[in-house]
Design a protein around this ligand. Structure first.
Ligand code: 4AD
Ligand code: MG
Length: 451
């Protein structure tokens, strides 16, 4: 079996004959030898291969940027100060075709916009490669965090009949032919959609297993062509029986900090590259976030702060309106200069399931991160049957459709809470990248499902 370059750097089998596979990054001549930088995607670092041209039958003209090769050789300590080890090649084999002239990824820097047009090749670049590696790690760490705290990983349905957020932004799932409107002949004999959140079903499991979480794909047909919205994104939704709003916020803060620490520890080289690429203090910002307690304010306090600075905004902040992106940005980037949790928004702008306070607000939270804005949305849930029923009736919801959800308030009901963490939004914070389309391999957004 061959070793990954990551493994080789971690525990180098010095003076042994080894086999590595990868894609060539550069080849340059130095005296009577050639130096090849080989990357296999397992880590940011390239392995340096030293090739003594006198020993080779292979034409090095074919060894271009992007070609896949297998190299056999002896791993030795490197005399060069910049790298600890190098491989003295004994044989190099080109593994497959590579049309270098037409290869769209060249040595010089390319824009992220251009790379989105070649989504199938862009993971081979330093930037997208780093984002994909960090995405994998943070996904694993999220599972680890919950598993260590007695949470069960549950799978909620992707096809559903309920609109959890009540915003009507659902993709319809149907087997009807265009023009056929007879719902009785549709697959489920009723309207079905792709889920916008697994929360409602997670509540049923939380009220049985205590602490649960989902981690799955989520779909929203919002026609938002922004740097923060995807039509298909991944959401992590913990749901916890016997938790109130403040327990919920503590958990969210602990989770985000835990993930940041792990990424800092495990992805130093990727982060250094991303810091250079993004031209700001990414590592320090992450370390600061871990060190400082997160600010917590109510929506009403937020609006007061914003109104005192209202000449800075396009939209005047008014109590009762949702916070706009510019307002969120002001709070995190200018006013607090750090993460902020905003709680207790007006009931009328939030979803039906949130616990109703006595003052027209609901016990909810929005977790705002610097540069990114809202990354988590959550709440304590309305567990009182009468209160929930009257809110649903007020909103004109189809009660028959949510009978099962109301049942959870009729049998063994308890206060419970949960939240949804948008993986891609969080990855913007972790990588310093600015567009969610660059932190998911194949982004879906209005007009784009090409790859
Ligand atoms: O605030 P949201 O809509 O909350 C819910 O869906 C709740 N049911 C979650 C819960 O309490 N279990 O979405 C949660 C998070 C947002 O804060 C954001 O990070 C992300 O999901 N998100 C999106 N990410 C990318 N593209 C979109 N279109 C997103 N919509 C929401
Ligand atoms: Mg939200």
């Amino acid at each position: 079996m061959t070793l990954t370059i990551k493994r080789i750097f971690k525990s180098p089998p010095l003076d042994e004959e080894i086999l590595v596979h990868g894609w060539v990054r550069t080849l340059r001549k130095g005296g009577s030898v050639y130096f090849m930088e080989l990357n296999d995607g397992s880590c940011f670092e390239n392995l340096q291969i030293v090739i003594d041209v006198n020993n080779f039958s292979i034409s090095l003209n074919q060894v271009n940027l992007g070609v896949a090769v297998a190299v056999r050789g002896k791993l030795v300590k490197s005399p060069a100060p910049k790298q600890p080890i190098e491989l003295q090649a004994h044989s190099i084999q080109i593994l497959g075709e590579h049309n270098f002239e037409e290869y769209p990824i060249q040595k010089k820097a390319t824009s992220l916009e251009f790379l989105r047009e070649i989504a199938h090749l862009r993971p081979r670049t330093n930037t997208i490669g780093a984002a994909m590696r960090i995405r994998s790690t943070v996904s694993y760490i999220i599972h680890k965090f919950f598993q260590e705290r007695d949470f069960y990983y549950i799978h909620t349905p992707i096809i559903t009949a309920s609109d959890c957020e009540g915003a009507g932004e659902m993709f319809r799932v149907t087997t009807l032919e265009p023009g056929d409107t007879n719902i009785q002949t549709d697959f489920f004999c009723r309207n079905a959609y792709l889920t916008v959140s697994g929360q409602l079903e997670a509540e049923a499991l939380a009220l049985a297993l205590g602490r649960v979480y989902t981690f799955g794909p989520t779909f929203r047909a919002e026609n938002s062509n922004t740097t923060r919205h995807l039509a298909e994104f991944w959401m992590i939704e913990p749901e916890i029986a016997f938790f109130n709003l403040s327990d919920n916020i503590d958990l969210a803060e602990e989770l985000l900090k835990y993930c940041c620490s792990a990424v800092l520890e495990l992805h130093e080289a990727d982060l250094h590259w991303l810091e250079k690429f993004n031209e700001f203090n990414l590592l320090k910002n992450l370390a600061d976030f871990i060190d400082k307690p997160v600010n917590r304010i109510t929506y009403t306090e937020a609006v007061e702060i914003l109104r005192k600075n209202k000449d800075q905004f396009e939209f005047e902040p008014v109590w009762g309106d949702d916070l706009k992106t510019e307002h969120e940005k002001f709070l995190v980037d200018n006013y607090f200069k750090g993460a902020v949790v905003v709680t207790n928004y007006p009931k009328k702008i939030k979803a039906f399931y949130m616990y109703q306070n006595d003052d027209e607000t609901v016990a909810c939270l929005d977790f705002l991160l610097p540069r990114v804005g809202e990354t988590i949305g959550g709440s304590q849930r309305e567990h009182r049957y009468d209160k929930l029923l009257s809110r649903m009736t007020e909103l004109g919801m189809d009660l028959e459709n949510y009978k099962w959800y109301l049942d959870l308030r009729r049998f063994g009901s308890v206060p419970h809470s949960g939240f949804g963490l948008g993986l891609e939004r969080f990855l913007l914070f972790l990588t310093g990248l600015k567009n969610v389309r660059d932190v998911i391999p194949f982004p879906r957004y209005p007009g784009n499902v090409d790859f």
